[in-house]
Design a protein around this ligand. Structure first.
Ligand SMILES: Nc1ncnc2c1ncn2[C@@H]1O[C@H](COP(=O)(O)OP(=O)(O)OP(=O)(O)O)[C@@H](O)[C@H]1O
Ligand SMILES: [Mg+2]
Length: 253
């Protein structure tokens, strides 16, 4: 691992049947960096997140997170204890639980039990510790007024923040955000941007997937562009967004 990096992705390849979803992709994320992963639909962005978080095993290549290699088949609690957490492109909140309990699910690692016991099987002391952390992170993201509501009672933009809160409550060193701005209106996007900067100020490294090029150029230090499974560009936002291949990938011929 090169000094200053928190994550290294080396020559990752992944196929599904005949589809080469990821084709020899390499890049790294530095400590305290906001890195964006952009690219058209089907470029392989989410698949890469799924490899990083051990959901899929890469056909070849290597992922190094701090001192750990290839996180494939790591249990969620092990990933969280390592200091890596994520959000999902399709919001995954449990409708039958309050926002507070949904956020608490992000801590089930620390207690090493079935997630459901986070809420129902804890000692008084553990329960207090969990909910102190939930309170802290929800204040940090300014969503504390929603804690006792259920997912179907809150605006879409708040749901996205709840997902981020659930990922942050375990105090990760690296957070992976899969299209956090998708579906947000202008005001919600503005709020999200501020939250991202405040997360970064806490020395958390951020890798985020995004479609919205304007959003990405305004919040990231470095951008990786993927198209059809391949990395086609990487660099500063200003450089990458003027790259001929990137414009072509986005605009077509
Ligand atoms: N579990 C799977 N089984 C089969 N094919 C898959 C699977 N997951 C992804 N793919 C395929 O891999 C390719 C990359 O998909 P992926 O979801 O990673 O793209 P993406 O860049 O996240 O796109 P989007 O911007 O639409 O979210 C697509 O062709 C997709 O259909
Ligand atoms: Mg995706």
């Amino acid at each position: 691992m090169e000094k200053g990096n928190i994550l290294e992705i080396k020559n990752i390849t992944k196929s599904f049947g005949g589809i080469r979803a990821i084709d020899g992709v390499s890049f790294s994320v530095k400590k305290k960096q906001i890195k964006a992963l952009v690219g058209p639909n089907g470029a392989g962005k989410t698949t890469l997140f799924n490899i990083l978080t051990g959901i899929y095993r890469a056909d070849s290549g290597e992922v190094i997170f701090k001192k750990e290699k290839n996180l494939f088949s790591y249990k969620p609690h092990r990933l969280i204890n390592l200091g890596i957490s994520r959000t999902f492109q399709n919001i995954q909140l449990v409708d039958s639980l309050t926002i507070k309990d949904n956020i608490a699910l992000g801590l089930h690692s620390a207690i090493k039990t079935n997630p459901i016991y986070v809420i129902f099987g804890l000692s008084r002391k553990q329960e207090r510790e969990v909910f102190e952390k939930v309170d802290k992170v929800s204040k940090f993201l300014r969503i504390e007024e929603y804690l006792l509501k259920f997912p179907n009672q809150i605006p879409f933009g708040v749901k996205r923040l709840v997902e981020i809160a659930r990922a942050l409550v375990s105090e990760p060193e690296l957070i992976l955000l899969d299209e956090p701005a998708a579906g947000l209106n202008e005001r919600e996007t503005e709020l999200l941007l501020k939250s991202i900067f405040r997360i970064w100020e806490r020395n958390i490294s951020i890798l985020l997937i995004e479609h919205d090029v304007e959003f990405v150029t305004s919040c990231s230090h470095s951008i990786v562009v993927m198209d059809s499974g391949k990395k086609i560009a990487e660099g500063l936002p200003s450089e990458v967004m003027n790259d001929r291949r990137v414009i072509k990938a986005y605009m077509g011929e």
